[in-house]
Design a binder for this molecule. Structure first.
Ligand code: ARG
Ligand code: ZN
Length: 875
C-alpha cells in the first residue's frame, strides 16, 4: 500500500480527551483507554469509525459504558471498525487491550529495555498500545494512570504534570499524570522502572518554576551532568533567540539503552538513547559531548517546533524535523565555534544526504508518497530540511526571518499544519514571494551550479557565468528551475573583500547572488584589481559546484578568504581533486604524486597558531574514502581510492615530520579534561597529528604512547583507531584492544566504540573478523546501538571491507539485515540503505551487490520497512 499526500482527508471523528490506564506487567500489561469521541460537524451519523491498530488483541469494548454489541464492530490486529456509532455527536469508547512488553523487540509501542518499561510512539507506535486515530492531526488531552509493582517500578512517569500517586496494596502502587496541552498520539510516552535521578530547576523568563530531572540507571547519575547543563542552556537559548518559553511544571528526560533512534520529544517526557545522555571524560569523546548537547537541545526545541505546532500528516515531517535541526544547529553554533560547526554540518550533509539525493532513495524534503513512514526519517528530511530553513533566513535576512518565525508561532500554536502554512508565515511577515523558493521542499535531487569567471583589467569588470541544473531523480525526470541563494565575496589581492560599483545580471544583495533562471551572466564593475571569486560562502545553498577556477585560485582562497568555511572548502576541493587524479593513476598502474604546494599548505595551516585548533585539525583531515567515491561518481574501485588516500596521508606525514611531534606535544593539556570547544579543538588537532606521526614513524609507538598516557576517551579512542587501522597485526594494537575490552567490559557505550573501531579496519580480513565479533559474548542483535556500532559502521564507514571484491562484505550485511528483520524491521531497513550507491560501483562489485539485493527482494514475508528499501534500491 502506498500513501499519497493528495489523498489527505480530515478525520470524520476527533478524540478531544483520552484517559489511559496501564496495569503494567512485563509479561502482560492491560491497557484501558477511555476515548471521548466527537463526530465532526457535517459528517453523517452513518460514517463508520475506523481506529488504527498494529498487532493488537482486543480484550474489551464498551460504548458509552455499555459492552459493545458484537454485531456493531469488527476487530482485527490492525483495525477496529465501528460500523455503527451512537447517534449523538459525542460519545465515549472504552477499549481494553493486552500487551506483552518483554516480547516487544521492535522497540515501537510499549517495551522493556533493561528492566525499564518505556514507549516509542513516533511515527505509528501508539497503535501498538491501543486502537486509536493514530494520526498527527488528531489532538487530545491525555490523563494517564499507571499501576505497577513498587519494587519493579518505583518510578512512574508520563507526559504533562504529576497529579496524584499512592499505594494500591502491599506490592503495587500508582501514579496519575495530566497533560493539559492537546497533543497527537505520537507524543504520548510512559516510563516505569527503577532508575536514579539527577535533578535541577529552571525558572522561565516569565517566572514559571520548572522541575528538571534526568533519569538514568543507578550509579550513572554523575554521567548525566553534562546533559543537564545542556538542557538548561537550551531552555535559556530558546527564550533569548526565539522567544519560546517552556510550558509545564516539570520536564523529564529518561535514558534507555535499547532505542531505535537518537531520542524522542514526547511532551514533557523526552526519552533518549542513553548514548546521547551519558558522558564523562573517561568514557565519552568530545564528539559524544557535542552530540549530547545538540540532541538534548533538539528534543527540547521540539516543544515548540513539533509539539505546540505539529504536523498535519507524516508527509509534513520536515515541518518539525528540518526546522528543529536548524534550531539545534544554531544553538550549537552559538555555544561553540560557528565556523567549525558549519564545516561539520556541511561534511555531514555531503556524507549522508548527498548520496541519498543522488541515488535510488532520493526523495523531496517533503515527500509526496511513502509505503513506510519510518523509512523517511532521513538525512534529506532532517539535514536538507534544515538547510532549506537556513536558506529562508539567507533570502529574507535575519530580521524578516525572525518576524516570520514569530508569526508562525502566533498563528499556528495548537494546530497541526503543513509546509505551505510554514512558508506562508514567512511570505506574510516579509511581503516576499517564496513560490519558486518552495521548490526546495518539493523537488528531490542536489542542484548543480556551474561557474566560470572572466576578468577584464582594462574595464575593471569581473563577469561571472552561472548555470544551474537539477539532475533527474526517481519518478521526477523533469525539474523546474530553483531559486538558489549564493553568498559570495570578491577577494582582493590583499585577502580583503573588494568593493564593486555595480552588479548586473541577477539580483545581488547583501553579499548574495540570487539565481532564479537557468543561466545568469553577472557583471561586477568598478574593480580596481583582479579579484578571486569566493562563492557559496558558508555553504549558503546545498548544491554541488562545478567551477572552472584553477588550483592557484583555490590555494589563494584556502590561505586568505575571510570566510573560514570557504577557506576550508577551497582546501577540501584541492584535496579531493588531488585524490581523484591519484585514484585514476592508481588504476592505470601509474606512480602517485601530489602537488607540493597543497601538501605544504596543509602542514602550514596545521601549525598556524592564529587559527582555531579545531579548524587546523580540519585542515589536516582528508576527504573520507566515501567522499572521494561520491565525487568520482561512477565505476568506483574502493581499493584504488584507499591506496590514493593512504599515499596522500603518507606524503603529508613525511612533509610534517619535522613539525608534527613538537606541535602534538605543545597542545597537551595539563589541566584536567573539560568538554569545552577550545579543549575539544586542541584534542582534535592532536588526534589528527597522531595519525601522521605514526605513519611517519612507520610504527605504532607514538599512538601507543598516546593511548597509554591519555586521561580522556577522546585521545585514547583516537590513538586506538590509529593502532588498529594502520597496524592491525601489530602486538601493540592487539594489546591495546584487549585492554580497552577488559577495562570497559561493563560499559556498553565504551564497548560500542571497541566494536566500532574494529569494524572500520581497512583490510580484506575484516569480514572474517566481523563474523568473529558477531559471536562475541557481548554482541547482540536486539540492541540497536550494538548493531549500529558493529554492522552499521562496517557497512557505512568501511569502504574497503564492505566493498570486498568477492562480495563477502555485502553478504555479511545482507545476512544481518535478514536476521534483524524478524524482530526489528526499522533497524533492519536502515541498515539496508548501505546498498543505496550500488550502481556507481565498478562492474564486479555492482554485480555482487545486485545479486545480494535481488536475493533479499525475493524473500517471502518481508516487512514493509525492508521491502520498501530493497525495492526502491533495485528499481
Ligand atoms: N522525532 C524524533 C527526533 O528526531 C525521532 C523519532 C523517530 N522515530 C522513529 N521511529 N522513526 O527527534
Ligand atoms: Zn527531531
Amino acid at each position: 500500500q502506498v500513501f499519497r499526500l493528495e489523498d489527505y482527508r480530515e478525520s470524520d471523528y476527533l478524540i478531544p480527551e483520552v484517559t489511559l490506564t496501564f496495569q503494567l506487567g512485563p509479561a502482560e500489561t492491560l491497557v484501558t483507554a477511555v476515548l471521548k469521541v466527537e463526530r465532526r460537524q457535517g459528517v453523517a451519523v452513518t460514517a463508520p469509525l475506523t481506529l488504527d491498530g498494529d498487532g493488537l488483541v482486543l480484550a474489551g469494548l464498551a460504548v458509552n459504558g455499555a459492552k459493545a454489541d458484537a454485531t456493531t464492530f469488527e476487530a482485527s490486529p490492525d483495525r477496529l471498525i465501528l460500523r455503527k456509532t451512537p447517534h449523538a455527536a459525542r460519545f465515549e469508547l472504552t477499549i481494553e487491550t493486552r500487551l506483552s512488553p518483554t516480547k516487544n523487540k521492535a522497540l515501537m509501542g510499549l517495551y522493556v529495555s533493561n528492566g525499564v518499561f518505556c514507549t516509542q510512539c513516533e511515527a505509528e507506535g501508539f497503535r501498538r498500545i491501543t486502537y486509536f486515530l493514530d494520526r498527527p492531526d488528531v489532538l487530545s488531552v491525555y490523563t494517564v494512570r499507571i499501576e505497577a509493582d513498587r519494587k519493579e517500578a518505583p518510578l512512574l512517569l508520563s507526559n504533562g504534570n504529576p497529579v496524584e500517586k499512592g499505594a494500591l496494596d502491599a506490592e503495587r502502587h500508582f501514579a496519575v499524570w495530566h497533560d493539559p496541552h492537546p497533543k497527537p498520539s505520537y507524543l504520548f510516552a510512559l516510563v516505569a522502572g527503577d532508575l536514579g535521578a539527577v535533578t535541577d530547576s529552571f525558572t522561565t523568563a516569565s517566572g514559571r518554576a520548572v522541575d528538571l530531572a534526568i533519569y538514568v540507571e543507578h550509579g550513572k547519575e554523575e554521567r548525566a551532568a553534562y546533559a543537564m547543563d545542556s538542557l538548561k542552556r537550551s531552555m535559556r537559548w530558546d527564550e533569548e533567540r526565539f522567544g519560546r518559553e517552556y510550558d509545564l511544571d516539570v520536564f523529564n528526560i529518561v535514558a534507555v539503552s535499547d532505542f531505535n533512534m537518537g531520542a524522542m520529544e514526547n511532551k514533557g517526557l523526552n526519552v533518549f538513547n542513553d548514548k546521547y545522555v551519558l558522558a564523562d571524560a573517561d568514557t565519552a569523546t568530545d564528539l559524544d559531548f557535542a552530540n549530547i548537547e545538540a540532541i538534548i537541545a533538539h528534543e527540547y526545541f521540539h516543544n515548540w517546533t513539533g509539539n505546540r505546532i505539529t504536523c498535519r500528516d507524516w508527509f509534513q515531517l520536515c515541518l518539525k524535523e528540518g526546522l528543529t535541526v536548524f534550531r539545534d544547529h544554531e544553538f550549537s553554533a552559538d555555544q561553540r565555534s560557528r565556523a567549525v560547526k558549519r564545516i561539520a554540518e556541511v561534511r555531514a550533509l555531503r556524507a549522508h544526504q548527498f548520496p541519498e539525493d543522488q541515488g535510488p532513495l532520493a526523495h523531496p524534503v517533503r515527500p509526496r508518497r511513502f509505503r513506510e513512514i519510518n523509512n523517511f526519517y532521513t538525512a534529506t528530511v532532517y539535514e536538507k530540511g534544515s538547510e532549506v530553513v537556513r536558506m529562508i533566513r539567507t533570502v529574507l535576512g535575519q530580521d524578516a526571518f525572525r518576524a516570520g518565525m514569530d508569526l508562525y508561532f502566533e498563528r499556528h500554536d495548537g494546530q497541526a499544519v503543513t509546509i505551505e502554512d510554514f512558508i506562508k508565515a514567512f511570505e506574510d511577515a516579509s511581503g516576499r514571494d517564496l513560490a519558486q523558493f518552495s521548490l526546495w521542499y518539493h523537488q528531490a535531487g542536489t542542484p548543480n551550479v556551474a561557474i566560470a569567471t572572466r576578468h577584464d583589467a582594462r574595464e575593471g569588470t569581473l563577469t561571472v557565468e552561472i548555470e544551474q541544473s537539477v539532475p533527474p531523480t526517481p519518478s521526477e525526470s523533469r525539474k523546474r528551475l530553483m531559486h538558489i541563494p549564493l553568498a559570495f565575496g570578491l577577494v582582493g589581492p590583499d585577502g580583503q573583500d573588494m568593493a564593486y560599483e555595480s552588479a548586473e545580471g541577477a539580483t545581488v544583495e547583501d553579499g548574495v547572488i540570487h539565481l532564479r533562471k537557468r543561466h545568469h551572466t553577472v557583471r561586477f564593475s568598478g574593480l580596481k584589481a583582479r579579484p578571486v571569486l569566493s562563492i557559496n560562502r558558508g555553504f549558503s545553498a546545498p548544491v554541488t559546484m562545478a567551477a572552472s577556477s584553477v588550483a592557484k585560485e583555490r590555494l589563494f582562497l584556502a590561505r586568505h578568504d575571510r570566510d573560514p568555511y570557504s577557506r576550508w572548502q577551497a582546501l577540501n576541493t584541492l584535496f579531493t581533486e588531488a585524490l581523484i587524479s591519484a585514484t585514476r593513476r592508481k588504476r592505470g598502474g601509474r606512480q602517485l604524486a601530489f602537488p607540493d604546494e597543497l601538501v605544504g599548505l596543509a602542514v602550514e595551516l596545521a601549525g598556524d597558531g592564529a587559527l582555531e585548533a579545531a579548524f587546523r585539525a580540519l585542515a589536516l583531515t582528508l576527504p573520507a574514502e566515501a567522499d572521494i567515491a561520491r565525487e568520482i561518481g561512477e565505476n568506483i574501485d574502493p581499493d584504488a581510492i584507499y591506496a590514493a588516500r593512504m599515499a596522500l596521508l603518507s606524503t603529508i606525514a613525511e612533509a610534517g615530520r619535522g613539525d608534527f611531534a613538537g606541535l602534538h606535544a605543545s597542545l597537551h593539556d595539563n589541566a584536567p579534561f573539560a568538554p569545552d570547544a577550545a579543549g575539544a579543538g586542541r584534542r582534535a588537532l592532536r588526534n589528527a597529528l597522531i595519525e601522521y606521526m605514526a605513519l611517519a614513524a612507520g610504527d605504532p609507538g607514538p599512538a601507543r604512547e598516546q593511548f597509554d598516557t591519555a586521561d580522556n576517551m577522546t585521545e585514547r579512542a583516537a590513538a586506538l583507531t590509529v593502532l588498529a587501522h594502520h597496524f592491525p597485526k601489530h602486538g601493540d594494537s592487539r594489546e591495546a584492544l584487549a585492554r580497552l575490552e577488559a577495562q570497559y567490559r561493563d560499559n556498553p557505550l565504551v564497548l560500542d566504540k571497541w566494536f566500532q573501531i574494529q569494524a572500520m579496519i581497512p583490510s580484506s580480513d575484516t569480514v572474517e573478523l566481523m563474523r568473529e565479533l558477531m559471536g562475541h559474548a557481548h554482541f547482540s542483535l536486539t540492541n540497536p546501538n550494538r548493531v549500529r556500532a558493529l554492522i552499521g559502521t562496517f557497512a557505512m564507514a568501511n569502504q574497503t571491507a564492505f566493498h570486498s571484491a568477492d562480495g563477502s562484505g555485502y553478504r555479511l550485511v545482507a545476512d544481518t539485515v535478514m536476521a534483524l528483520e524478524k524482530h526489528n524491521p526499522q533497524v533492519s531497513a536502515r541498515l539496508a540503505t548501505a546498498f543505496r550507491s550500488w550502481r556507481s560501483l565498478e562492474s564486479g562489485r555492482r554485480e555482487h551487490a545486485r545479486l545480494v539485493l535481488a536475493d533479499m527482494a525475493q524473500r517471502k514475508n518481508l516487512s514493509r520497512d525492508l521491502a520498501d528499501i530493497v525495492e526502491r534500491t533495485l528499481a
